[in-house]
Design a binder for this molecule. Structure first.
Ligand SMILES: *Cc1c(COP(=O)(O)O)cnc(C)c1O
Length: 397
């Protein structure tokens, strides 16, 4: 039979092995451990000679279904899971980096990731070099000096900058670095970093994969020996994905293709629409032809994603007045959910940074991150229109 298409795989992949009692849905196995009457069988499972489960911190059937689904969707050899996206990132870096090692990354990584680079890794004598996002020559120059890990994120949070993954992966490979890409914003629907040459793909499953803002989780996919080393670090350090969360993420992922297709469309239309408001200073979306990395995005992405951001005139004051006027948007820190979510970057992705640090990263204080939901586009547009209109009326009084 021909290999199934993405939408079909997101529904069927990874589940069959975990079905019991003729159930058509993966059960939530809430058992901390798994018992054996046969001591030899127990031993064989414990040393990995036989498939099975021993203890919930290591493996669990529901969690395994989640790992298998994301593995197949990313087209990876192996995968493992984590309690959160940050656990996926910190466990991956913790597995790969030792005192004296050097890691090259970009300035615009997710706020938490940026903290690992600026606060924690230097304390462990790991040299961290953060290049200007989008400055491919600068990244290549730093990578050429030698590094253990090249860590990328594309598109970035919140100004949706795009890095040429194929080009950077080639640079990383040439010095023997492990190339890691955070694919949270794009999802495997829109981008396949492994196909572009990356060694490992990371997800905050909390966002688009789960898609319903009701479960935290993370995943790493890639080459088997790398993933096994990361899994080992995680099983000992204990950042395990909970079975209930795994179930919610699995259920969310069945509609991944449908949701992302709609979010791609909504975000593209909102980005164009925002440009028509005089209160809007700038719109950031990789799908806009004027986006500085639009050509790279077009080349390496199947869709431009559901995330955009825009800067409003009047900075923080305008943000404070505008956002509460929106009806169909949660004002919250998450993203990638079925409902539209908005928030100022200074309180969401980059709350850990000082205003000076945010300015250095090119994040205006009046920047609003907009995660397009799957609502009807007419409603989202009308909602923005009435909010800007109310802002005008208010300004005139
Ligand atoms: C949210 C996010 C993370 C962290 O994920 P958590 O599940 O919140 O720990 C990492 N990378 C990106 C791009 C994110 O948006």
């Amino acid at each position: 039979m021909k290999e199934a298409k993405f939408g079909t795989k997101s529904i069927w992949a990874g589940e069959k092995e975990q079905l019991a009692f003729g159930a058509t849905q993966v059960p939530v196995v809430h058992s901390v451990s798994f018992g054996y009457d046969d001591m030899d069988e127990w031993y064989d499972v414990a040393i990995g000679k036989k498939p099975g489960h021993i203890y919930g911190r290591n493996t669990n059937p529901t969690v395994q279904a989640f790992e298998e689904k994301i593995r197949i969707l990313e087209g990876a050899e192996a995968s493992t899971s984590f309690s959160t996206g940050m656990a996926a990132i910190s466990n991956t870096l913790g597995t790969l980096l030792f005192p004296g090692d050097r890691v090259v990354s970009i300035k615009d990584t997710y706020g938490g990731t940026n903290k690992i680079f600026t606060e924690f890794l230097p304390k462990q004598q790991v040299e961290v070099v953060l290049c200007d996002t989008g400055d491919h020559e600068a990244i290549e120059k730093e990578v050429a000096k030698g590094c253990k890990v090249l860590y990328l994120e594309s598109p970035t949070n919140p100004t949706v900058k795009v890095t040429d993954i194929r080009r950077m992966a080639a640079a990383g490979k040439s010095v023997g670095a492990t190339v890691v890409v955070d694919n949270t914003f794009a999802t495997p629907v829109n981008q396949n970093p492994l196909e572009l040459g990356a060694d490992l793909v990371i997800h905050s499953a909390t966002k688009f994969l789960g898609g319903h803002a009701d479960a935290l989780g993370g995943a790493v996919c890639g080459e088997k020996s790398l993933v096994e080393a990361i899994y080992h670090y995680r099983e000992i350090n204990g950042a395990t994905l909970d079975p209930m969360a795994a179930y919610l993420l699995l259920r969310g992922m069945k509609t991944l293709k449908l949701r992302i297709d709609q979010q791609n469309k909504n975000a593209a239309e909102i980005a164009e629409y925002l440009k028509t408001f005089d209160m809007v200073e700038a719109v950031y979306y990789p799908g806009l032809p004027e986006h500085p990395n639009h050509d790279i995005a077009k080349e390496q992405m199947n869709g431009f994603g559901g995330m955009l951001s825009f800067a409003v005139k009047g900075g923080v004051e305008t943000v404070r007045d505008l956002l509460p006027k929106l009806t169909y948007a949660n004002r919250a820190a998450n993203l990638g959910s079925v409902e539209t979510v908005v928030g100022p970057s200074r309180t969401t992705s980059h709350v850990e940074c000082t205003p000076a640090e945010r300015a250095a990263m090119g994040i205006p204080e009046g920047l609003i991150r907009y995660s397009a939901g799957i609502e009807d586009i007419e409603d989202l547009k009308e909602d923005l229109a009435q909010a800007f209109q109310a802002l005008h009326t208010y300004a005139k009084n």
